[in-house]
Design a protein around this ligand. Sequence first.
Ligand code: F0G
Length: 414
Amino acid sequence: MMEQKCLPEVSIFKCVKCTKTYSITSGHLGCLCGGLLEVNHDWTLFSLAEKLEHYKLHPSGVWRFKPLIHPEMPDKDIVTRGEGYTRLYSASRRILEFAGCNNLQFKHEGENPTGSFKDRGMTVGISEAKRLGIHTVVCASTGNTSASLAAYASYAGINATVILPKGKIAFGKLAQALAYGANVYTVEGIFDDAMQQVIDLAVKDGSYLLNSVNPWRIEGQKTIIFELLEKLNWESPDWIVVPAGNLGNTSAFGKALNEAYKLELITEIPRLAAVQAKGANPFVKLWKGGIFTPEPNPQTLATAINIGNPVSHSKALEALRFTKGVATSVTDQLILDSKAMIDRSGIGCEPASAATLAGIKKLVEEGIILPSEKVVAILTGHLLKDPQIVVDYHQNQLENIEAKYANRVKSYNN
Ligand code: F0G
């Protein structure tokens, strides 16, 4: 009989809580102990530099980093719409004055194919679903994940089901999920209720869960950081500021920075600032108090981050520890003022993305970010995701919000 040789696995799933490992083909998306899984790659098993060089010119800004995110993905299974390669913009003088800092840039993830950063994780998640021969993918969403899932699943010829909190999704995002042909369900309650339902659904009918508990989503989102650092010639900024909801992105950023440091791509570790809305800030409370308590009734006009029970809070906490980062929360008034600033400068973004600028202003005022420090804010979604709030703001029609920078529609009468 031939001796069966077991080849070492390049990528494995590892529990961040109990360190138990699983094969990436095991079908597990969470550990039996209840902990979150992450992907670990053994980069000693191949020549990383050679492989990175090989993929350097890939038309996808995600898959050009394939050796760092999913080295074993067969090229034939990659489902891509050319995501990534998003631009870096310098803040206008007016924004610098507003924020109180001198060196601020925005990386605009709203420039991805479906208008948000979610496409970076989704191209990896859907490619993995294709590789595994999955028929149906599912997610819960505050809007952007469902838009991205719907698009990439359709493009790959896979069925998509999304569960959304009823009446709490910005119109552009709901329109996308419908248009791309997903089965769209709503539930009473908030995102966290939809999340619970979708986990139950995935367990019940075996469909493939593509929320950010799926570790492949995190691998794709790491490329925001790799692309940014590469653009900065691998010279780290002092701060990277990100809006925080379900905390997938904060976790992905921490993992990317950890790996970039260990691989000696960078010598300094930027500090992460995770910014939540005041009415939906369980992670800030965890970071300050050390105890995680879900917020049962989160309330913010930035619907993308209206989340009370973020699934990735333990990974995100580790990301802040590793980067000596901070978590902070900002009012809806400050988010919308900041959004008006970003929009007016010709860049534009959706409300949740503007939490970054709001957070920077607050952290500068508190002396945590120094005015001279180099700051990069991640704008996570496109302005047109939520047109309603823009029009309402500029007509000063939002409850409890003073539209300080309103650009009113005027009637043209002589
Ligand atoms: N910004 C935007 C525009 C988002 O859509 C989200 C999350 C976040 C920030 C927060 O990122 O969850 O990784 O901390 N949207 C998810 C969704 C929850 O369903 O679209 P996070």
